[in-house]
Write a new protein. Structure first.
Length: 395
């Protein structure tokens, strides 16, 4: 987890000297240091839909893309300064033969995703992060997900999709995404740490009807916050977190209607010798499902917002010094609004089960096997089985 924290959170979470040493570090003559770290992963994934549905094989990136991170650190006028760049390429092209294959033009498949571009300013008072980085809301939900080291769910009917897999995104939590932000975090090292930030607000899409237009005027930033608490009792370790998000958007530059999108999340992790348990949940209104702000947020009347909720439970057990087995289950729902839709019917309800084996072959190389069943309560109750195996190499 230390190496993963370095890749996803950078300096803001106070990465240990041990984690920093796992990459390539060079000391510069001006007192600054430069580090290069990252990972590459590749998985074979086989998907099969129920009721004699389609079957697909692909060789692709897992939930975590490959990462190449570059970081420079220095100290000036008593301030700890740093800049961080994180390139996140993928290996798969999707259904096309290559980037330009099939006569369909350029394919957005094995592209480089510029996920991280930020600076940090730190001192005894805490740390300011300014730039593009993983958002606060739902951050711990994904960082504690065991499928971050594997594939997890692929998405029903998405066996040859481009990009990364879903893991447990939309099957237990909302994706935090990497967003432009100005975030303050209290000083690391104490049991509790608070982070709060202003974020690039997101447009709330309509449903394509005149009654439900897009809410595309973002006057003020989105606000997100997260509180983490760590506690140790003998050989046992506990971690708990709370998170929240709020934003408001309008459908006209003046007058018109506005909608508020709000959400909360909470979770706990306990480590007891060889056993580790994670339980988390979220609720939201006007956030949609899965990727957030990607559809389904606005009710049919165009002015009310729909509710969403979900969560997951996970247990992993170290059966040998280098081998861990894990099982997790989770679900995500999107519910109609009584006033705006005329009923409170569940619009979507998806779930998945994942069984995984994670073997630390060497200090840096991980061997992963997973099996996932993902399903939906929609008409026809579609299901899909995903089987995967592959490698992750961190450096």
């Amino acid at each position: 987890m230390k190496r993963l924290t370095l890749l996803l959170l950078g300096l803001v979470m106070g990465v240990s000297a041990t984690a920093r040493a796992q990459g390539l570090t060079m000391q510069m003559s001006n007192g600054w240091s430069f580090q290069f770290a990252g990972n590459v992963n590749a998985f074979w994934v086989f998907t099969a839909q129920n009721n004699s549905g389609p079957k697909n094989s692909s060789v692709r990136t897992g939930l975590l893309p490959a990462f190449a991170t570059f970081e420079a650190r220095g100290k000036e006028a008593g301030l700890n300064l740093a800049v961080h760049f994180g390139f996140a390429p993928q290996i798969n092209n999707g259904p096309a033969h290559d980037q330009f294959g099939g006569g369909t033009g350029i394919q957005a498949g094995a592209q480089i995703d510029m996920r991280q571009v930020y600076l940090t300013i730190g001192g005894d008072w805490g740390t300011i992060l300014a730039g593009r980085e993983l958002s606060l809301f739902s951050r711990q939900n994904i960082l504690q997900d065991m499928t971050l080291f594997g594939v997890g769910a692929v998405g029903i009917g998405a066996g040859q999709a481009k990009g990364t897999t879903l893991g447990r995104i939309a099957y237990g939590y909302l994706y935090p995404n990497f967003n432009a932000q100005l975030t303050y975090s209290s000083k690391a090292g104490s049991p509790g740490q608070l982070s709060i930030g202003l974020f690039q607000p997101s447009v709330v899409p309509g449903n394509g009807s005149v009654a439900a237009p897009q809410y595309g005027f973002t006057t003020i930033p989105r606000v997100e916050a997260e509180f983490i608490y760590n506690q140790k009792s003998g050989s046992n370790r506990w971690m708990g977190w709370l998170g929240g998000t709020w934003q408001t958007t309008k459908n006209l530059p003046s007058g018109g209607n506005s909608v508020s999108s709000i959400g909360g999340t909470a979770g706990v992790r306990g480590d007891f010798a060889a056993l580790s348990v994670v339980v988390s949940a979220y609720i939201g209104k006007g956030l949609g499902a899965g990727l957030q702000f990607s559809g389904g947020e606005i009710a049919a009347n165009g002015t009310d917002t729909r509710k969403s909720d979900g969560g997951y439970a996970q247990a992993t057990y170290k059966v040998a010094p280098k081998t861990t087995v894990g099982f997790s289950w989770g679900f995500s729902r999107l519910v109609n609004d009584q006033t705006g839709d005329g009923n409170t019917a569940v619009r979507s309800n998806v779930y998945s089960y994942t069984l995984g084996i994670y073997h630390q072959w060497t200090k840096s190389l991980k061997l992963v096997f997973e099996g996932t069943e993902e399903g939906s309560t929609a008409v026809g109750r579609p299901k899909q089985t995903d089987v995967s195996g592959g490698f992750m190499l961190f450096f």
